[in-house]
Design a protein around this ligand. Structure first.
Ligand code: ARG
Length: 563
């Protein structure tokens, strides 16, 4: 039973307002003592030409107590509903236990395709913490959409094309040492790439050589293609190690190179629609009407660029996946780029440009100076991941030295802790990272939430066999009702997270569940309670574990059984 919907139905019957509209209007009261749902009467007041508080009072008198509501009270222009606690607790726990990990799932996304592009690192360049941010957020968004029934397509738009590959080929041929590069590919390729720029300052002929190599690459010259392929394979191998650790997979690695032969069409359409303008020999699309700088399509030497490839990418995705939404999880520094792409698609006449969404992430900052930075200011994601695992193992060695499968637990907890730091706040906030907060077992942290699950599981283990059924009317305390309300609110949290492309809504919600459960753990006996109470609390414990496990999984965090 969906209590919110049942209440909406009552209101709809009493007021003749459409059910959907009522559902939209229903709010959560700001304070617990004001009930569980509130219906604002201000819209009705306009239609009925009556004061909202009068309407609220009249409606309240008409609501009869039943298995859905205990009572309804007018409060100013609001009608506050107090749900039937006993029924609610019964319904929710029953539903969680019956559905297990499927709890909160939906068919709202049935037959709708959602492309989620995330991570998208660049070949032969560092996979830095900024990429880690979009990787974590994109992975969570995809999982949440999937849980809501959408068909998701996970795309990794690798940066594997562009003039820089001409430079890299030239650098490799001059200074590349195959054995050294095989060992530590990205670092070494980066080194020779940097060297190329230094040398090219002294000898500008190098630039011509690089341009030449890129031209060869574009013309499918076998040697150039083989080298490019080698760089791509080696880099991807390194990226895959990281994805494996993070337990992340993709459906497609069609990166920029994949679109290198699909840009002609874009240029044709732009020409046909008279959108291409000359600008010092280059071709651009004027976007002044949107108050943003023009989108460059062709450079003065006729070469296509990043933006041209993104236009071809969007066309390809629409054609191939007929997407309902095309989501780009990419750092906020590329906001303007995506505005230009989406506006240009609009000018090209593609109505679906409105379904393209740039989900932007902010910056990642490290308060700990200790963290090693290797090249300039860039912090490699793999270093942070490895350090998180390493530091967690140290903590486990102190706290729980006899733990079996220590390494595996350290991986789940260390990575979980790290991921949580990216998932706990909205995307418009910079991630300010400290090891102390991240690895803390208290307050708002990954280990805290994971530990709550572990605690619940340990209670269930100690209880031995848990009875099939329980009488939930023994869950009498307000603490328990508030916890069950949080469990019941999980679905709404998922929907809100999906609507806003904000996984933190889920992270926060399960953190609240963990806090509420720990409050009960600390102030009410569970294993030592009277038999009926104990049994009901064990069922509640099981439901809490299920929702925490599912919630963590949906944001991409694994949970150990003990830690
Ligand atoms: N490779 C780019 C970078 O590392 C991100 C790609 C973003 N996606 C896109 N469709 N342009 O900055």
């Amino acid at each position: 039973m969906d209590f919110k919907k049942e209440i909406a139905q009552k209101i709809s019957l009493l007021t003749d307002m459409e059910l959907e509209k009522v559902l939209d209007l229903i709010e959560t009261p700001p304070q617990k003592n004001m009930g569980d749902y509130a219906f604002p009467c201000f819209q009705l007041a306009k239609v009925m030409r009556k004061a909202p508080n009068m309407i609220a009072a009249e409606l309240a008198a008409k609501v009869q107590p039943d298995n859905v509501v205990e009572k309804a009270e007018p409060a100013g222009g609001y009608l506050n509903f107090f749900i039937n606690k006993g029924e609610y607790i019964k319904e929710i726990i029953y539903e969680v236990l019956a559905q297990g990990e499927q709890f909160g799932s939906s068919d709202m996304g049935k037959d709708k395709n959602v492309v989620v592009e995330f991570s998208s690192p660049n070949i032969a360049k560092p996979f830095h913490v900024g990429h880690l941010y979009t990787t974590v957020i994109g992975n969570a968004i995809e999982k949440i959409y999937k849980h809501l029934g959408y068909n998701t397509i996970k795309m990794n738009h690798l940066g594997d094309w562009g003039t820089q590959f001409g430079k890299l080929i030239s650098a490799y041929k001059r200074w590349g040492d195959e054995a050294v590069i095989e060992k530590d590919p990205i670092n070494e390729l980066l080194k020779i790439y940097v060297k190329f720029h230094e040398e090219a300052e002294k000898d500008p002929a190098l630039e011509d050589e690089a341009r030449n190599y890129f031209k060869k690459l574009e013309d499918s010259d076998p040697e150039a293609v083989a080298l490019w392929q080698k760089f791509r394979d080696l880099s991807l191998k390194e990226f895959m190690e990281l994805y494996k650790k993070l337990n992340i997979s993709f459906d497609s690695f069609a990166g920029e190179s994949f679109y290198s032969d699909k840009m002609g069409e874009v240029v044709e359409i732009l020409k046909e629609k008279n959108l291409l303008k000359d600008s010092n020999g280059a071709k651009i699309v004027d976007l002044e009407q949107f108050n943003i700088p023009p989108c460059m399509i062709l450079k003065s030497d006729g070469a296509t660029i990043y933006a041209t490839r993104d236009l071809a990418t969007a066309l390809y995705r629409k054609r191939t996946y007929d997407f309902y939404k095309n989501v780009y999880v990419v750092g906020g520094t590329q906001s303007l780029h995506f505005q230009q792409i989406f506006s240009t698609l609009g000018l090209m006449g593609f109505e679906w440009h409105k379904d393209c969404i740039h989900v932007s992430t902010s910056l990642v900052k490290f308060a700990d100076k200790k963290l090693s930075t290797r090249k300039g200011d860039v912090i490699f994601a793999k270093d942070v991941v490895n350090e998180a695992i390493h530091k967690t193992l140290e903590v486990i060695d102190i706290k729980n030295a006899n733990l079996e499968n220590k390494e595996e637990v350290a991986k789940m907890v260390g990575i979980g802790a790290l991921l949580y730091a990216f998932l706990k706040n909205s995307r418009d906030k910079d991630v300010i990272f400290t090891w102390e907060d991240t690895l803390s077992f208290e307050g708002e942290s990954g280990p805290y939430v994971q530990y709550t699950y572990v605690r619940g599981k340990s209670i269930l283990r100690r209880a031995g066999q848990v009875a099939e059924t329980a009488d939930y009317s023994f869950l009498q305390s307000d603490d328990e009702f508030q916890l069950v309300k949080l469990l019941g609110g999980f679905k709404d949290a998922l929907k809100e997270a999906a609507d806003r492309y904000e996984p933190f809504v889920v992270t926060r919600h399960i953190t609240e569940i963990a806090k509420a459960y720990n409050k009960i753990y600390n102030s009410h006996p569970i294993l030592n309670a009277e038999a009926n109470v104990k049994n009901a609390r064990l069922h509640l414990t099981k439901a809490v574990c299920t929702v925490i496990y599912t919630g963590l999984k949906l944001v991409g965090i694994e949970t150990p059984e003990s830690m």
